[in-house]
Design a protein around this ligand. Structure first.
Ligand code: G1P
Length: 301
C-alpha cells in the first residue's frame, strides 16, 4: 500500500490567473505582486510555505507573469548597495525573498481551464510525492501560518488535508464547501465536498479556503480533464473522486482569512495585516482613528 505520510517538501502556486476582479490595477501588474503592507502577496504565501518546512516552490505561471519569479531572484547589486549604506535591517528584509538555487521551478498553464487544470500542469515537477497547494488570493492571519497548522495534523493523519473556515450560509455559492463528520470539531474526517453550491444545497457552512495537502494520485484524476462547475476543470471534483480511495481531513483554520482577489477584501487585509505588524501596528491605529472620526466619515459619504 502507498505510504500516505511522506513529508511535504514541495508547494504549487497557481499564478496564471488574469486578475480581472482587480482591474485596472492588474492590467500589467500580476495580482500576486500587489503588496500586502510591505510584501507582495506571493512572498507572503512563500513565507507561509517556508514556515511549514516546505523547500521547493513551483509556480504554475502564464503570460505576463514573469515579475513573480523575478521577485525571488537574488539581486547582488541591491544587496551590495544596502550593505555599503549600512542599511542592514533592510538587507535582512530583502533577503526574505531569496530562494536557494534550484528550488524554484516554473511551468506554464497555457489556457485558463480551471484550478484543477492549473494544478495538473505541475505534475512532472511534483513527481510521485505529496505536495501543498496555495491559492495566493487568500491570505490568513493567525498565531501560526495556515500551512504549518495543516502539516501538524498531516503528520498525524497522513492522506489529504484541506484547510477550512466557516462562511455565512448565503455565501456558499462562492466557494468549495465541505461535508465533514463533526462540524463542531477543529479536525474532522471529510465525507464529501461540492464546488460553489447554492446555500440550499450546501452540506455545511465550512468553506475550502485555498490551502491543500494532496497525494500525487490526484494527478491521474485531473488528467481526465472532466469539467465541473462553471465549465472548468475543478480541483474540488478531482478531490471528490480521490476520496473514494484515500482519506481527506478538514483542519479548521485558527485565525482569519482575507480574500485579497478583489478591492474591498484587499483593503481589509491591508488594514488587518498592518495592525498586526510590529513595525506598523501602532501608527496604523492612529491613522484609523483619524478616519473613524464621524465628521470625516460623513464627508466621505
Ligand atoms: C477556488 C476553489 C474553491 C475555494 C476557493 C477559495 O475557487 O475552487 O473550492 O473555496 O478557491 O478561495 P475560485 O475562488 O478560484 O473560484
Amino acid at each position: 500500500m502507498t505510504d500516505l505520510k511522506k513529508p511535504i517538501k514541495k508547494a504549487v502556486f497557481p499564478v496564471a490567473g488574469l486578475g480581472t476582479r482587480f482591474l485596472p490595477a492588474t492590467k500589467v501588474l500580476p495580482k500576486e505582486m500587489l503588496p500586502l503592507v510591505d510584501r507582495p502577496l506571493i512572498q507572503r504565501a512563500v513565507e507561509e510555505a517556508q514556515e511549514a518546512g516546505i523547500e521547493e516552490f513551483i509556480f504554475v505561471s502564464g503570460r505576463g507573469k514573469s515579475l513573480i519569479t523575478e521577485h525571488f531572484e537574488i539581486q547582488p547589486e541591491l544587496d551590495d548597495l544596502l550593505r555599503e549604506k549600512g542599511k542592514l535591517d533592510l538587507l535582512e528584509r530583502v533577503s526574505h525573498s531569496d530562494i536557494p538555487s534550484g528550488k524554484v521551478q516554473i511551468c506554464m498553464q497555457q489556457r485558463a481551464l480551471g484550478l484543477g487544470h492549473a494544478v495538473s500542469c505541475a505534475r512532472s515537477l511534483v513527481g510521485d510525492e505529496p505536495f501543498a497547494v496555495f491559492l495566493v488570493d487568500v491570505m490568513t492571519l493567525g498565531e501560526m501560518g495556515c500551512m504549518a497548522q495543516m502539516i501538524k495534523v498531516y503528520n498525524e493523519t497522513g492522506g489529504n488535508v484541506i484547510a477550512s473556515s466557516p462562511v455565512p450560509r448565503d455565501l456558499t455559492y462562492k466557494y468549495g464547501i465541505l461535508d465533514v463528520e463533526n462540524e463542531g470539531d477543529d479536525v474532522s474526517a471529510i465525507r464529501g465536498m461540492v464546488e460553489k453550491p447554492d446555500p440550499s444545497d450546501a452540506p455545511s457552512n465550512l468553506h475550502i479556503i485555498g490551502r491543500y495537502i494532496l497525494q500525487p494520485e490526484i494527478f491521474d484524476i485531473l488528467d481526465r480533464r472532466e469539467k465541473g462547475a462553471g465549465g472548468e476543470i475543478q480541483l474540488t471534483d478531482a478531490m471528490v473522486s480521490l476520496m473514494q480511495d484515500q482519506p481527506f481531513t478538514s483542519v479548521k483554520l485558527k485565525g482569519e482569512t482575507y480574500d485579497c482577489g478583489h478591492h474591498l477584501g484587499f483593503i481589509e487585509a491591508n488594514i488587518a495585516f498592518a495592525l498586526a505588524d510590529p513595525q506598523f501596528g501602532r501608527e496604523t491605529q492612529e491613522i484609523l482613528k483619524k478616519y473613524i472620526n464621524k465628521e470625516n466619515l460623513n464627508a466621505a459619504a
